[in-house]
Design a protein around this ligand. Structure first.
Ligand code: GAP
Length: 457
């Protein structure tokens, strides 16, 4: 995203109550963000949408909500203690730290070739060339200590992915839900990583939310299922109105695959960040039987399924879909944000900021606006509010000129505004205004709820 567009989105997020810099009254905590009243609504709507599509809307997927802090052995078995590291380098001129692999990737994106070494790379902060230290491996795991004494015995990790909470519960879930492969387990929750270079607003942070689904299948059917999930997940974004020209699939080169992966395909969005155009939204990985087998070895508990039809035990293979909720949030804002110049009938122009959010995800679905504060109009508006607010999120406002109120709703993505005026008292109709087209028409009050519901369901 061009720097000024990102800045505008950050500013709008703060001004309107989507996202605030965290710990702001103490000067802020770098790369930490708090979600405000509209932000939490949008986030919850995305979670609900994902959960409906990936869990409730399917007969072959169930949900789970596991702990953030798991037994330390989980992370030894998963390979995170050993391999969840990033190559850290420091510019000896400005002393800023970077991930060496990110520096190399950005160089390659710009120069269409890999750098021979970091000596060829300019520091993104101070511009000096060849000043980087030899990279050393830096653990991405965030540590904490359990119990009264802060020593090795109480060492624990905040989970860097929600996936392991699913793997270690494989048998519990399989038995209690009486599923047989192929079936999946979905989870939404916070993950934590000690990122070296967080940044680009909420794109890369140390605390973030993931929506992950592990799909357990019969070995040998994994490649087919992998393709199935890649196609399905890509469609999810398109069905939410994300510009398909800004979406692409990225196949991880074999030599760069994570320690657990046989094949990984990312869904990327063209955010146009400075230095790197495309950003990863979601990874769809074929994890084979790596995780279940490792937990079987480390825990000495069986992580197998007994298939009565073939009279055989096997460790299921796993296809994982893993999306970052905060990145999805940023994608929605980036995709929706528009600064429009409007030609008015009298030949003059007007400007508005509008968020073209999908109606089903918009924080507020309907703004109910009495034209004046008197003549019984607020009371009529409240009646509509009382009727609608049980079904979807509504907003009532009677202050300021109607044009100003429309602009405020446009800027937060409210798809419908309903203006109650004097005619409402006479014939029970009001003006409904559509955010994207700005068209207005009369509608009977008793038809409003159904209209909104038909657009968000
Ligand atoms: N369980 C697999 C896994 O965690 P990943 O590619 O490391 O794979 C999955 O992460 C998704 O989580 C990413 O595609 C991204 O959307 C999100 N994510 C990862 N690190 C993040 C960070 N530091 N800040 C925000 N989102 C992050």
């Amino acid at each position: 995203m061009a720097a000024d567009r990102l800045e505008n989105i950050v500013a709008l997020s703060k001004r309107r109550g989507f996202v605030y810099p965290s710990s702001e009254i103490y000067g802020g905590l770098r790369a930490s963000w708090d979600y405000g009243p509209l932000g939490v609504e949008l986030k919850n709507n995305v979670k609900r949408q994902w959960w409906r599509t990936m869990v409730q809307g399917r007969e072959d997927v169930v949900g789970i909500d596991s702990s953030v802090i798991l037994a330390r052995e989980v992370w030894e078995a998963s390979g995170h203690v050993e391999t969840f590291t990033d190559p850290l380098t420091e510019c000896q001129e400005c002393h800023k730290r970077f991930r060496a692999d990110h520096l190399e990737e950005n160089f390659e994106a710009k120069n269409k070739r890999k750098p021979a070494s970091l000596d060829e790379v300019n520091c993104p902060n101070c511009g000096n060339k060849g000043k980087f230290t030899v990279p050393r491996q830096f653990s991405g795991l965030l540590k904490t200590y359990l119990g009264a004494v802060e020593d090795e015995s109480g060492l624990a990790y905040l989970r860097p992915e929600t996936a392991q909470g699913i793997f270690i519960n494989f048998e519990n879930v399989q038995m209690t839900s009486r599923k047989k492969p192929p079936f999946g387990i979905g989870q939404i929750g916070k993950s934590f990583r000690n990122e070296i270079t967080p940044g680009n607003f909420i794109f890369r942070t140390r605390e973030f939310e993931q929506m992950e689904m592990e799909f357990f299948c019969v070995p040998g059917t994994d490649e087919e299922w992998h393709q199935y999930w890649i196609d399905l997940r890509l469609d999810w974004y398109k069905n939410l109105g994300i510009n398909p020209d800004r979406l692409r699939l990225f196949e991880h080169p074999k030599e760069k695959l994570s320690h657990y992966s046989k094949r990984t395909v990312d869904i990327e969005y063209k955010f146009d960040f400075a230095g790197t155009e495309w950003g990863e939204l979601e990874g769809i990985a074929s994890r084979t039987d790596f995780d279940l087998s490792r937990h079987q070895t480390f825990s000495k508990k069986k992580m197998q399924y007994f298939d009565t039809e073939i009279n055989q035990h096997y460790v299921p293979y796993v296809i994982e879909t893993s999306i970052g909720l905060d990145r999805m949030f940023l994608l929605l804002l980036a995709n929706a944000y528009e600064e429009q110049t409007i030609q008015k009938e009298d030949g003059t122009t007007d400007a508005r900021v509008v968020l073209h959010l999908p109606a089903k995800l918009a924080p507020i679905k309907l703004a109910i606006l009495p034209l004046t504060k008197k003549d019984g109009l607020p009371e009529l508006a409240k009646q509509v509010m009382d009727d609608c607010k049980k079904s979807f999120h509504c907003f009532f406002e009677e202050k300021d000129a109607i044009g100003k109120r429309y602009r405020r709703q446009d800027a937060i993505g409210t798809p419908f505004c309903l203006t109650i005026d004097h005619q409402t008292k006479e014939d029970g109709t009001a003006t409904i205004r559509y955010r994207d087209s700005m068209l207005q028409e009369r509608i009977a009050l008793d038809k409003v709820k159904a209209l909104v519901l038909s657009n968000i369901d």
